[in-house]
Design a protein around this ligand. Structure first.
Ligand code: C2E
Ligand code: CA
Ligand code: CA
Length: 746
């Protein structure tokens, strides 16, 4: 069984066909009424053929049965059923041919805004379809005996041109009416169109009325052409369609309509003249409008490229700056605030480096979409390049709106991105700068440009801060400025510090709780600043981490600590274990083991004299990597302790998986042993018990007084470290303690 197309089952389709058939019937009757020509069966004007083409173009060629039915019904009253059916077939085929020709090579756009579409319609589809319909119709009339064959040629000519007028006047008018309805013409355009149409009627009809008594059948229709050109230049294709339609109405009313009214015959030449004038007026009009439209498209495309970001389709830096200046001006008047969100993906470089730039581009496109979805349509989203995006908003409550949008964007970022079947979570940081309306009110035009730049800078600074603090989003405040400047100076100074030899290692002894003998020490870095003196690591370790300098500095620390051990041995001292702190960056570095092996090899220090302190959070960040790395370190005999224990979220049972030797109870707990006896004491005693159950040694750091020492002694803590015994000291001072085996104090 043959399967029928699905649309045949839709009532909507059939209603469409019926409506279309009725329209066709009405237009055909109108044509037959207004301009019957050869034997009353051929009309000089045939609007139905244009309507047919427009309907097929706009709604699809499946609506062709409407043409057939309309045509049949229009002619069946005056002609036999077979002839009327052939008329129906001929007109349907003609419209289908037009549709085919229009959509050949490239899809036809009813906007008629390209020259190729206008050429296709006016020089290909319209004449060809008209010829097909006229040919079939005239042959049918002659064969059926409804018309003598001697009238064949004139009938063919009139029919052809009559359909042409329909195709060139009515089809574009319907199509452009549809297209422009979507484009919504402005009030000015509508007014201008009305004015133009009125002028056309005045120019052609008034003189004609005056000459009416002279029975002048030759009104000056060519006077209408300048109006069509005016419309083409000022109002585009729609204007042309309207003026052409008006021209046709005027012309038809003045010649054919009037003749009918007076019951007079019109000479064939007069009809042909009318038809050709209408054809000739319309074609150049549409061509001019299309040429201008193409020009506009090209310009628009240029603007698109100049103001858009090619990768994401968002606006670019140019448009952002332009828009910021514009907004600064508007807020001056309406009292609105402006907020600028500046956002940057965290660790985007990693994605680019490890997955390639194509994947990086996908991530950027994905986030551009997510940001777009998080803002209102009137908000201004731009990509500044790289992984930097901005959102610009203005309004009375711009500040609150900015915070809400920032939160929304951060929320949408939580969903992972799928790349090559792997899911990645990319986070971002946002900085927000707000420009107060009262501030902009005092600005001159030139300073508005600076304001735009300044706002960008502030938002950028806030973003940088948010990223550093892992804060999601942050508002700019002026204290950030000072900090940002200091930060930059600090970074530059640190870059120099290593090469200038400004770093030093201090050593803090660790003592056995029972005997108070030195069992080892921790190497702690210091920065001997040329003007500021000795700088503590808390002031610069974080910066070294963030700018990646921790890797060379960390390697330096390890090497210097080992070289120092070597020197103490050469001095004949009994060297105890020296602990070196490892930062997160160092721990994740692939060639960490190589670096350590090389240092041990160069300094001939046995691995069991080296201790590495890894903070709890480092160990937790990637459990499998941690187990692997720690196992490798352990195999070499290196002693491993977990630093700052208790500050993270890990439990001792979690640490069971790691091959470690000791835990160092964070000094905040030790300190609280006197102040907040209950809690800290409970945590410390529990830690000691559990650690011992797992065969781990327990170190307490930050021991500052004998009360703390006594408490720790009572509960069996193994090793103590703190100011009570000794502050971190330079190498030669530590050497003296090492020689004695005890610290100065006790
Ligand atoms: P940390 O690993 O927890 O080091 C112990 C810190 O506690 C040292 O601070 C030490 O001076 C201090 N301290 C020791 N006993 C007491 C005490 O009784 N009371 C108080 N209040 N503090 C005490 P420092 O030397 O300022 O180092 C701070 C942090 O900097 C270290 O904390 C460590 O995380 C980091 N650091 C130091 N040197 C290095 C290094 O070479 N590499 C790396 N990656 N980090 C280092
Ligand atoms: Ca430490
Ligand atoms: Ca510590």
């Amino acid at each position: 069984m043959m399967r029928l197309p699905a649309y045949l089952h839709q009532p909507r389709y059939w209603w469409g066909v019926v409506a279309f058939a009725l329209i066709n019937l009405g237009l055909a009757k109108f044509g037959l009424w207004i301009a019957p020509f050869v034997h009353g069966n051929v009309s000089a004007i045939w609007p139905a053929s244009g309507a047919s083409i427009a309907v097929l173009v706009l709604f699809g060629r499946r609506y062709w049965p409407g043409i057939f039915v309309g045509e049949l019904l229009a002619n069946v009253a005056t002609l036999s059923l077979p002839v009327a059916s052939i008329f129906g077939v001929g007109d349907s085929l003609a419209a289908l041919l037009a549709w085919l020709l229009l959509n050949s090579y490239k899809t036809f756009r009813p906007q008629l805004d390209t020259i190729s579409d206008v050429v296709k319609l006016t020089m290909l589809a319209a004449p060809a379809a008209a010829l097909l319909a006229a040919g079939i119709g005239v042959v049918a009339l002659i064969v059926s005996g409804d018309m003598p064959s001697s009238s064949g040629y004139s009938a063919l000519g009139v029919w052809w041109l009559g359909d042409m007028v329909g195709n060139l006047v009515v089809a574009p008018a319907i199509m452009l009416f549809y297209a422009c309805y979507a484009a919504r013409p402005t009030r000015e355009q509508i007014t201008e169109t009305m004015l133009l149409l009125l002028l056309m009627i005045l120019v052609v009809v008034l003189p004609h009325l005056q000459w009416y008594g002279l029975r002048n059948f030759d009104p000056q229709f060519h006077l209408l052409f300048p109006f069509v050109v005016w419309a083409a230049l000022r109002l585009g294709g729609f204007g042309v369609a309207m003026t052409v339609l008006t021209s046709a109405s005027i012309a038809v009313a003045l010649t054919l309509g009037e003749a009918r009214w007076l019951g007079m015959a019109i000479p064939y030449t007069e009809v042909a003249h009318l038809q050709t004038v209408l054809v000739i007026i319309s074609v150049p009009g549409f061509l001019i409008a299309a040429a201008l439209a193409e020009h506009g498209h090209a310009e628009q495309r240029y603007l698109d490229i100049a103001y858009h970001d090619g990768l994401t389709g968002l606006l670019n830096r140019n448009s952002l700056l332009t828009q910021l200046e514009k907004m600064a001006e508007v807020t001056q008047r309406n009292g609105h605030d402006i907020a600028l969100l500046f956002m940057d993906l965290d660790r985007f470089k990693n994605i680019n480096d490890t997955l390639g730039h194509d994947m990086g581009d996908l991530v950027l496109q994905e986030f551009a979409q997510r940001i777009k979805k998080s803002v209102r349509s009137e908000d201004f989203v731009a990509r500044l390049g790289g992984d930097e995006f901005t959102v610009l908003i203005s309004g009375l409550q711009a500040r609150d709106a900015a915070a809400a949008i920032a939160q929304k964007i951060l929320d949408t970022m939580r969903a992972p991105v799928n790349l090559h079947g792997h899911e990645y979570v990319v986070s971002g940081s946002i900085g927000i700068a707000v420009l107060n309306a009262t501030v902009t009110q005092q600005l001159s035009k030139s300073s508005r440009t600076n304001v735009a730049q300044e706002l960008m800078r502030q938002a950028d600074t806030a973003m940088y801060r948010a990223k550093r603090n892992n804060a999601g989003f942050m508002f700019f405040n002026s204290s950030m400025d000072i900090n940002a400047k200091l930060q930059l100076r600090l970074e530059n100074a640190l870059r120099l510090a290593l090469s200038l030899g400004q770093f030093e290692l201090y050593y803090q002894p660790k003592v056995s709780t029972n005997s108070e003998r030195i069992v080892g020490c921790e190497a702690l870095i210091r920065w001997r600043h040329p003007t500021k003196g000795l700088v503590e690591p808390d002031k610069f370790i974080g910066v070294l981490e963030s700018i990646g300098l921790i890797l060379p500095v960390g390697a330096w620390t390890l090497r210097v600590a080992c070289e120092q051990m070597q020197r103490w041995r050469e001095q004949g001292l009994f060297v105890q274990r020296v602990a070196v702190n490892l930062s997160m960056r160092q721990f994740l570095q692939p060639d960490l083991l190589l670096m350590i092996d090389k240092v041990l090899d160069d300094t001939k220090i046995p691995a069991n004299l080296l201790e590495l302190e890894i903070t709890e959070s480092v160990a937790m960040s990637n459990a499998q990597l941690t187990v692997d790395t720690l196992t490798a370190l352990k195999q070499r005999g290196i002693y491993i302790s977990i630093d700052d224990f208790g500050t993270g979220y890990s439990s001792l049972s979690y640490l069971k998986r790691f091959p470690i030797d000791a835990v160092k109870i964070d000094r905040s707990f030790t300190q609280d042993l006197e102040h907040d006896g209950d809690d800290a004491a409970a945590i410390v005693t529990a830690t000691i018990r559990l650690a011992h159950a797992m065969n781990l040694s327990v170190v307490a750091e930050g021991v500052e007084n004998y009360q703390q020492r006594d408490f720790l002694l009572k509960y069996g803590c193994d090793v103590l470290q703190g100011y009570y015994y000794s502050r971190p000291v330079p190498a030669d001072e530590y050497a003296i303690m090492l020689a004695r085996g005890y610290c100065h104090v006790g």
